[in-house]
Structures are given as C-alpha cells and as structure tokens.
Ligand binder design. Sequence first.
Ligand SMILES: Nc1nc2c(ncn2[C@@H]2O[C@H](COP(=O)(O)OP(=O)(O)O)[C@@H](O)[C@H]2O)c(=O)[nH]1
Ligand SMILES: [Mg+2]
Length: 197
Amino acid sequence: MPLPERLDVTFLTSAPDLPRCPKDKYPEVAFAGRSNAGKSSVLNKITGNRRTAKVSKTPGRTQLLNFFELKNSSRLVDLPGYGYAKAGKSAQAAWQKSVNQYLTLRDNLVGLVLVTDIRHPGQPYDEELINWSAQSELPICVLLNKADKVSTSAQQKSLNAFRKNHPDHPCLVVQPFSALRGTGKVDLIQQISAWLD
Ligand SMILES: Nc1nc2c(ncn2[C@@H]2O[C@H](COP(=O)(O)OP(=O)(O)O)[C@@H](O)[C@H]2O)c(=O)[nH]1
Ligand SMILES: [Mg+2]
C-alpha cells in the first residue's frame, strides 16, 4: 500500500488523567515535548489539518491528553506540553502525574514521538523521557524540530551529537524535522504508520 501523504484524523476526546482516557482497545502513538518545541505544529503538519493543532492549542485543552482517531481506529495522542514557565508548581505536578500515569500504565501505547528544539539539546525532561523509553523498551522517535533555523551542516552536527549521547538505546530513531517546511514529514508518517500497523 502506498504511504499516505498525511495521517487523516478526527478529534476523538480529551482526558484529564488516565482513568478518564478512552478505552485502550486500539494502538496509540503519543506526542510529547516541552512547551513551544513545536508539538502542535508537527501534528498539524503530518495530519494536514489545521484543526488538529487548534484543538491542541485551545486554552483549557493544553493541560489535557487530546485523542485523535485515524480511519482504522488507531490514535494519535497529544500529551500536555511540559516546562511552561508560567504554569505554577501545582499545574506542573498535575501534568507530571497525568503524563507519567499515561506513559507507564497505558497498555496500547506502541510508540512515542518526542518533539525537541534542535537548538536546545539535552533538556532535562527530554532526557528523562528518552531514558525511560530505553528502560521500558518503548520505541521512541526524537524529532530535532525547527531544523530550518540552522544550517544543513549544523543539523548534521546535532544529529551526530545526539546519537553519540544515546549510544545504547534499544529502540530509538532520531531525525531533523521542520514543521515549517515539512522536512522529515515522510519519514515520520512512515514511522508512525509502521508502529500503528
Ligand atoms: N521556524 C520554525 N518554527 C516553528 C517550527 N515548529 C514550530 N514553530 C514555531 O514555534 C512556536 C511554538 O509552536 P507550537 O506548535 O505551538 O509548539 P507547542 O507548544 O510545542 O505545541 C510557534 O511560533 C511555531 O510557529 C519549525 O519547524 N520551524
Ligand atoms: Mg501545543
């Protein structure tokens, strides 16, 4: 079957915590990342649907787990972004609880897309997620997003440095990405489709 040019999704529901997530009947790929790394823009790019990102940006929904459904009932899950400077301590704690619960206990989670900013490698929670995925053997795809902000040679340098810093991960792929230009889109769709197949 030819690879789709975009992942056709419709908004399913939002949940504040694991007990209120929809039934774990179908495989899910979750999107995580620091606030402002470009998670909504990436989702928007690969779904070809501005409404996807709009849902993920709606005030009140940014702290929720947002579920989007593909044609075959599998799902993309937009996790709340972390590290938002203006969020208070209690909001950060609530975030951590809902996301950690989801990540550690969700049985139908088959892959994680971690959106990072190529100009800010090695951010604390990013590294924690990468280490956790190694321990849990959960496949992870790390996007070095905003690649358009740096030269091609700087992209290659970042990629090499990243690989060097994560030599023993059993199930990690990493790629430069640009939600602005679409760089890396085909590879990401291919990766997600393979996970959800
Ligand atoms: N130049 C550039 N800007 C981007 C890219 N992806 C996101 N942005 C910008 O980064 C900001 C945060 O993006 P957003 O998708 O809302 O981030 P989120 O908080 O992780 O969901 C916005 O101003 C986007 O336009 C990218 O690939 N290249
Ligand atoms: Mg967002």
